[in-house]
Design a protein around this ligand. Structure first.
Ligand SMILES: CC(C)(COP(=O)(O)OP(=O)(O)OC[C@H]1O[C@@H](n2cnc3c(N)ncnc32)[C@H](O)[C@@H]1OP(=O)(O)O)[C@@H](O)C(=O)NCCC(=O)NCCSC(=O)/C=C/CCCCCCCCCCCCC(=O)O
Length: 722
């Protein structure tokens, strides 16, 4: 938990020891409090060095303890005693000093950091503020503007930046603990009393400027927070630091953290923290798992198709230091793609202050033959099954037998592609999200033939690219797009019933979505879904002409997006979609009076009486329809855990992190309520079978609505699932 030793005769060395990240669980706090007391009262000890085991100082509070009844000593008195001591206390920071870990370091009189260390207050990402004096000490050390930026964003800084800001006193390349011990020996008796080193004794300069900075900060945070409380509360804590004496600031900090600690948002954000990490722990029905499956080495990757997705994937790979052979079929496309990729890499290098983008890793070619010695291919051609099948057949002939063949399809049958190859076990889906060099999510789609090695390789490659990989099963749309379809359906139906696109979007954005669904649709292009609906036979020559326009495959269907596509209203690219844009390619959506007229005419053509659609109905129908499909996905084993579904929505679809994800949100609302509301909406819309509560949801409610982590126990036939 924490070890005590003596070095150089007079120095007490306290080593935090709680693998893997030395989190400050109750037992650690107890031990460190006891041994710090021993060091501070031992007459032979003249200075203390505080460090962490295994190259990590401390990642802060043990997040697993939040939400549980408090136990063990608090951090604040320990930090006060340390800071008040007349013996110099030096923090030797290796690895990370985060949250409570940095708060302890700020209570030390000196801080020495290793060159590779990172420091910061990520509490805001957990729905909290730095609650053990961090919000009061940091601004006293580095000033209000810098502290405001770090605390409200949770951004971590490198040791070098920490030195520039004044958070640490020295950065070392060599042995941090030895340097800290030498440093401690040197400062014994030098700075007496240690008054100037005690941050609580300092007054942050509260100038008119600081007042303006706080005001601007509050406005910025409110605009970006999308309904999240913690960033706003961070600004309130900093205002206290700037305007109140330290002791009163600490009282305010305590009140503020107590307000947040049990909030539903903090729960959701902490759930997301672990969900993201658990997503890495995949398993297959064969018993193969993340920790018993060896990935293949990937040095060289082929990317086929240099459209929007292929370009983003290529940039991601090159940025991760991986050689790429990028193949296009047509010269003009190749040229456009090449210029776009080089431009993106150039801009990225400029942003990072690098003069040279890593273009030496790139080969552009019109010939598939050049893929002979790549370790893995990512196919990113058009969403056309026949084209993809032809390509996979050819790739089999061109690539070496051990090459993994991955498809970036956003919803087509991965298994249908595997069966045209002679290496079914080496075929998996790697579904990136646009723009692929920015978006974090990667769905790794595992077909019935995909080997553990192929899944492990795709997941490991995803991690190298900085993606959050989630293993999912193979079904139309996989997890993300399968649920998205029902979300979109509900949004179209709401328009039919009386809502306007901007009204639906506003409600969704107030809920916290990055962008309303109609803005998203305009951004990605309405033709994307149009093509999918054509391919799946919902529209086109195969539809019996006698089928009513608002009826397909036995259920209610909205032809609204098809009608817009027929008129050439494809979204941003055509200057008109659900919204109006100033020019084709314009980015600023404006409500479109022509759209309102179009909706009126549409409703009267089909005898639909418009009504006022309440905000709560928009949220309930969109989010509960998604969660209901999520329960079906769990039952079918397409996702292994509800957490995986939530990770997909948070990282790929702009779902507000502070609401956890659609499944966690359903749990927070209460499964019985969700069930009852779905029953209500299904009664009103019996022609929408997807609103009928799923059997798993019903069983969970009958079982007393267990917490999310226990849902899997209620899935039937688990042996056949992910
Ligand atoms: C950068 C990381 C540290 C490491 O990243 P990486 O190397 O990629 O590894 P990971 O896979 O992320 O993590 C490895 C495993 O470690 C687990 N982990 C990581 N951090 C924690 C943690 N802080 N607590 C518990 N577990 C943690 C992680 O889940 C992995 O596990 P597994 O292998 O998957 O099983 C990165 O992990 C990271 O960024 N971590 C989070 C850092 C963070 O957010 N820190 C801030 C925490 S909040 C805080 O410190 C607040 C402190 C003030 C006290 C607040 C007062 C109220 C509290 C009341 C309740 C408790 C009583 C306290 C009493 C008092 O003091 O007042």
């Amino acid at each position: 938990m924490a070890r005590y030793s003596r070095t150089e005769g007079t120095i007490a060395l306290i080593t935090l020891s709680n693998p893997p990240v030395n989190a400050l669980g109750a037992a650690v706090r107890r031990t460190i409090t006891d041994i710090m007391h021993r060091a501070l009262t031992d007459g032979e000890v003249k200075a203390v060095v505080l460090c962490g085991e295994n190259g990590t100082f401390c990642a802060g509070a043990d997040i697993r303890e939040f939400g549980k009844p408090p136990s063990g000593p608090a951090l604040v008195p320990l930090i006060h005693d340390m800071e008040a001591s007349e013996k110099p206390v030096v923090a030797a920071i290796e690895g990370v000093a985060l949250g409570g870990g940095l708060e302890i370091a700020l209570g030390c009189h000196y801080r020495i950091a290793h060159a590779k260390a990172r420091l910061g207050f990520p509490e805001v990402m957990l729905g909290l503020i730095p609650g053990a004096g961090g919000s009061q000490r940091l601004p006293r050390l580095i000033g209000i503007p810098a502290a405001l930026e770090l605390i409200t964003t949770g951004r971590l800084v490198s040791a070098q930046e920490a030195l520039k800001l004044g958070i640490v006193d020295q950065v070392v390349d060599g042995n941090t603990i030895e340097t800290a011990v030498k440093f401690a020996l040197n400062v014994i008796g030098v700075c007496r009393p240690l008054l100037s080193r005690r941050l609580s004794e300092r007054t942050p300069a509260f100038s008119v400027d600081a007042a303006a900075v706080l005001e601007e900060g509050m406005a910025r945070v409110k605009q970006r927070a999308r309904g999240a409380f913690a960033p706003v509360v961070c600004v309130q804590a900093l205002r206290a630091a700037a305007t109140l004496p330290y002791s009163r600031g600490m009282e305010t900090e305590e009140q503020l953290i107590n307000m947040l600690i049990d909030s539903s948002q903090a729960r959701a954000l902490q759930y997301c923290f672990f969900a993201q990490r658990n997503a890495r722990k995949w398993s297959l029905p064969s018993g193969a798992r993340w920790n018993n499956s060896k990935p293949r080495a990937v040095h060289r990757v082929g990317v086929v198709g240099l459209g929007t997705m292929g370009r983003g994937i290529t940039v991601s790979l090159v940025k991760a230091g991986i050689s790429v052979v990028a193949v296009e079929m047509e010269e003009k496309q190749m040229d456009l793609g090449m210029r776009a990729v080089l431009g993106m890499l150039e801009r990225d290098a400029q942003r990072r202050g690098d003069t040279r983008p890593p273009t030496h890793l790139l080969t552009f070619t019109l010939s598939l033959q050049q893929l002979g010695n790549v370790d893995l291919v990512i196919e990113a051609v058009f969403e056309d099954m026949a084209l993809k099948k032809r390509l996979f057949t050819e790739l089999c002939n061109v690539c070496k037998p051990s090459t993994l063949l991955c498809t970036n399809t956003s919803g087509l049958d991965v298994d249908a592609l595997a069966v045209v190859t002679h290496r079914r076990s080496l075929v998996v889906g790697m579904h990136f999200f646009a723009p692929a060099n920015v978006m974090k999510l990667l769905e790794v789609v595992c077909g019935p033939h995909s080997s553990a090695e192929a899944v492990a390789t795709a997941m490991t490659l995803g991690k190298r690219l900085g993606k959050v990989g989630v293993v999912v099963g193979n079904c139309p749309g996989f997890v993300g797009n399968r649920m998205m379809k029902l979300y979109l359906d509900q949004a179209y139906f709401l328009l039919e019933e009386g809502a306007a696109p901007e009204q639906v979007d506003q409600v969704l954005e107030e809920f916290g979505f990055t962008m309303g669904i109609f803005k998203v649709s305009d951004l990605s292009g309405l033709d994307v879904g149009w093509r999918v609906r054509k391919a799946s036979g919902l529209i086109g020559p195969d539809v019996n002409p006698k089928t009513p326009s608002r009826w397909r495959q036995g259920c209610r269907y909205s032809p609204l997006p098809d009608l817009l596509c027929e008129q050439g209203h494809l979204g941003q690219k055509s200057g008109r979609g659900w919204y109006l844009y100033e020019t084709p390619g314009g980015k600023e959506p404006k409500p479109d009076p022509a759209m309102h007229r179009f909706l009126q005419e549409y409703r009267s053509r089909y005898g639909l009486t418009p009504r006022h659609v309440h905000a709560h109905e928009v949220i309930e129908r969109c989010t509960y329809a998604m969660a209901n499909e999520g329960f079906r996905i769990l039952e079918e084993g397409i996702a292994a855990r509800a957490e995986d579904i939530d990770v997909i929505y948070v990282f790929g679809y702009g779902w507000p992190r502070h609401r956890g994800g659609p499944m966690f949100h359903a749990a927070q609302v209460g499964l019985a309520t969700v069930l009852q509301r779905l029953e209500h909406y299904h009664q009103l819309h019996p022609d929408v079978p997807h609103l009928q509560p799923s059997p798993l949801l019903q069983r969970l409610v009958e079982a007393g609505s267990p917490p999310v982590h226990h849902w899997r126990e209620h899935v039937q036939h688990l042996h056949s699932h992910l």
